[in-house]
Ligand binder design. Structure first.
Ligand code: C2E
Ligand code: MG
Ligand code: MG
Length: 749
């Protein structure tokens, strides 16, 4: 280690400094000088030795560093002899080859190349030996224990007496696998399924070719947009909220979704979205894969249609009917309403099929289906069981069995006549009739199968009884309905035959004097005898016959008033008639009354119309209008059966009434039931407050009369005085009692 002159002078200065103060005064004699010089040299020498030792240490340390760098380098260094034997190898190299370094020297390197790659390595090695330069290659290497790894080899020709090859060997298995994964991912991404990758904000960052094929949007059009680009508008906000919630909670969502193509066409897709998270669990991307399932959906709908609908008429088939019927039974069990099953069978359909062929038969069936659809309510089911058999399911008829039977009968009569209208098929006119079997259902009393069997049996009976008709399964119900039908027929003729009559029931004041009468209808039936209004008035209302009947009552009553007005004994009597809501609301009712009054010459002040609360409530404004017009003529109004309806003070005040008629049900138990007594008393007070007369009907006993009088009632009607009786008997009755002219009856005078 040589010293430069400047190093030397520095060394000297340092040595001088070490000699200390003793040497500050330079010695004067040469011996001393020499001694000083010697000391300086000595110190210099020691210092040089020290520096040398230090340099030695440094050198060794640095050599160790280079050795470390060589031995533990990330790549293996291997030097091969021209024979391909390992001459030198660093530690990393021996680790990579999986064998102790001592065992490796002079071993054939090719042994560590996987057998199938050895030929390749041999070629590379020969090339390298033959020329200066380097060459890289990738090989599958095999460790001593037989395990394989992917390696990258940087090979260098080293010139010399004997050329050598130096290899820098690195294990690239991880990179190789990563690249392999990427290759697989790239292939997978370009699969048949549409794929879309979006960032954590839902902005599309990548789509595959299938995406473009399925949606119509190119990658350039889609990237940068959000997935809402595809929204069809068929799903509400809640749908998407749930989807995002699932992605946030579980990192996954899968389901059917309607999306829209670029062309605007809406399609169904099966979509799977997975959230991609970073190592900290934060969502970085979403990967959506989807396939078009529109065809599946259509197929599904088609399967559903085939499974539940008849392919000829498109009506529900047996399976759907059974389904609906069991639902209907459950609903009926809940709400207590009856329903009905109508089994229809075309009469002689087979003949048409046999003579005109099946094509015409099919036309008829389609036409029948169409007519049935038109006739029933929206909620009812029309189905075809097969052949010429149809079933109509009627739901929610009434809580009352008889009323439900009537309703079902009306519908089936309507169907029978709708299906009897001639058919124009294939240019020809055909006449066809239908038989219907009806059965009622209520809750789960009968099973679905039982009901169908019952309706089937009933249709059989309808056919046996002459076809073109309907028949009920339940014989008692049937006889009730038959009776009902017969009554309708009879009632239509009753007026012409003069079978209807008015009976009169006297109305008395509190001093047993007669003040008027209520006219009550009776039907003198040739077979049934005297039929009471409770039996036939509902039938008359249901069929609309109440209009002509009511008119007849009005005419009779007015004629009677006129007759009575001509006799001093009866001149003061008032006659009350009952008017049905249907009649009262009839558009020409007011005019009819006016006309009849004029025609008969009756005094309107002697006529009283009894209305019921139900009528008033339904259309208060219209009722008031009509009442006012009639009232202006002088006609009086009585609220019949008062107390059984709404009895609301609010509408009572608005109506131009003259009288409240306490319903006979309250009078009946007046003496025994304090509640009824309280009601009667309240009605009387209410009437007095409103300035109305109050009459009690159904007075049968003296006690009732006494109590009513005590409460302040001043008019009465009931068996205690007389039952409703024919005119002649009524006139006799008049002769037997005093007639009292009451001021409230004489408003005209
Ligand atoms: P309503 O108008 O409440 O008639 C009173 C009913 O009570 C009558 O029954 C009468 O016979 C009955 N009655 C009277 N006093 C007593 C009694 O002391 N005890 C009992 N138990 N009953 C008594 P009816 O004649 O059978 O009439 C029944 C219903 O038929 C009438 O009730 C009325 O709503 C209706 N009606 C009768 N005639 C006609 C009519 O010409 N047109 C309309 N639309 N309905 C009528
Ligand atoms: Mg009445
Ligand atoms: Mg009444």
């Amino acid at each position: 280690m040589g010293s430069t002159p400047s190093d030397y002078s520095k060394l000297r200065e340092a040595a001088e400094e070490k000699l200390g103060s003793s040497s500050t005064q330079a010695p004067s004699c040469s011996t001393e000088e020499l001694l000083h010089e010697l000391q300086v040299h000595q110190i210099e020498l020691e210092m040089q030795n020290e520096a040398l030792r230090q340099a030695q240490i440094d050198l060794e340390a640095s050599r160790d560093r280079y050795v470390d760098l060589y031995e533990f380098s990330p790549v293996g260094y291997i030097t091969l002899s021209p024979a391909g034997l390992i001459e030198q190898i660093n530690l990393t190299g021996s680790t990579l080859l999986g064998e102790d370094r001592n065992q490796l020297t002079q071993k054939r390197f090719a042994l560590f190349v996987a057998p199938e790659e050895r030929d390749l390595w041999q070629l590379v090695f020969m090339r390298l030996l033959g020329r200066n330069g380097n060459e890289s290659c990738e090989l599958m290497m095999q460790r001593k224990d037989g395990t394989l790894f992917h390696a990258h080899l940087d090979n260098l020709h080293i010139d010399g007496e004997q050329p050598q090859v130096r290899i820098a060997l690195s294990d690239i298995s991880d990179r190789y696998h990563a690249e392999e994964e990427l290759r697989i991912a790239a292939i997978a991404f370009e699969s048949q399924e549409g794929m879309m990758v979006s960032d954590s904000h839902g902005v599309i960052v990548r789509v595959n070719q299938a995406f473009t094929r399925l949606t119509g949007y190119s990658a350039a059009e889609a990237v940068g947009q959000t997935a809402s680009l595809l929204r069809s508008g068929r799903h509400d906000k809640l749908f998407y909220d749930h989807m995002w919630q699932a992605l946030r909670d579980r990192g996954f969502w899968q389901g059917e979704i309607w999306n829209k193509r670029k062309s605007g066409k809406v399609y169904a897709e099966w979509l799977t979205i997975s959230a991609v998270k970073d190592p900290k669990g934060v969502i970085t991307h979403y990967v959506g894969t989807f396939s078009d399932i529109t065809q599946n959906k259509e197929a599904e709908a088609e399967i559903h249609r085939l499974a539940y609908y008849d392919s000829l008429t498109f009506l529900p088939n047996r399976r759907l009917l059974l389904d609906r019927l069991s639902q209907a039974l459950a609903i009926s069990a809940r709400n207590g309403h009856h329903g009905a099953l109508l089994f229809l069978d075309l009469d002689n359909f087979k003949v048409l099929n046999d003579t005109r062929g099946h094509a015409v038969g099919d036309l008829l069936l389609k036409e029948v289906a169409q007519r049935l659809r038109v006739e029933v309510r929206e909620g009812d089911t029309v189905s075809r069981l097969g052949g010429d058999e149809f079933v109509v399911l009627l739901e929610e008829l009434s809580v009352n069995a008889t009323e439900s039977a009537f309703a079902a009968q009306m519908v089936s009569e309507k169907l029978v006549s709708a299906l009897a209208v001639p058919y124009k098929l294939d240019g020809c006119e055909f006449h066809y009739t239908t038989s219907i079997g009806v059965t009622l259902f209520h809750g789960h009393a009968d099973s679905v199968d039982t009901l169908l069997r019952q309706a089937d049996m009933a249709v059989y009976r309808a056919k046996r009884d002459g076809r073109n008709r309907q028949c009920f399964f339940d014989p008692t119900m049937q006889s009730k309905l038959d009776e009902h039908s017969a009554m309708v027929v009879d009632l239509r003729q009753a007026m012409q035959r003069g079978e209807l009559a008015l009976y009169f029931q006297p109305q008395m004041d509190n001093k047993q004097r007669i003040i008027g009468a209520e006219a009550l209808l009776r039907w003198q039936h040739p077979q049934r005898g005297l039929v009471m209004p409770d039996v036939f008035i509902p039938v008359a209302e249901e069929t609309g016959l109440i209009i002509p009947i009511g008119q007849w009552v009005l005419e009779c009553a007015c004629s009677q008033i006129k007759v009575w007005s001509e006799h001093s004994a009866t001149r003061e009597l008032c006659l009350a008639i009952n008017v049905s809501p249907l009649q009262f609301r009839q558009s020409g009712f007011v005019e009819d009354v006016e006309r009849i009054l004029v025609a008969t010459g009756a005094d309107p002040h002697r006529l009283r119309i009894e209305l019921t609360e139900g009528l008033v409530i339904e259309n208060v404004a219209d009722t008031i209008n009509r009442m006012q017009v009639l009232k202006a003529l002088g006609i009086g109004f009585s609220m019949d059966d008062f107390g059984t309806g709404f009895s609301s003070l609010s509408y009572l005040k608005r109506l131009p009434l003259d009288e409240l008629k306490i319903d006979r049900s309250f009078v009946n138990d007046l003496v025994t039931d304090p509640n009824d007594a309280a009601i009667a008393k309240t009605i009387i007070i209410m009437g007095q407050t409103l300035g109305l007369n109050v009459i009690a009907e159904g007075v049968e006993t003296e006690e009732q009369l006494a109590l009513l009088k005590q409460y302040g009632c001043n008019a009465f009607q009931g068996y205690l005085f007389s039952r409703p009786i024919p005119l002649s008997a009524f006139e006799e009755f008049i002769d037997s009692v005093e007639i009292k002219e009451l001021p409230w009856l004489r408003k005209d005078l």
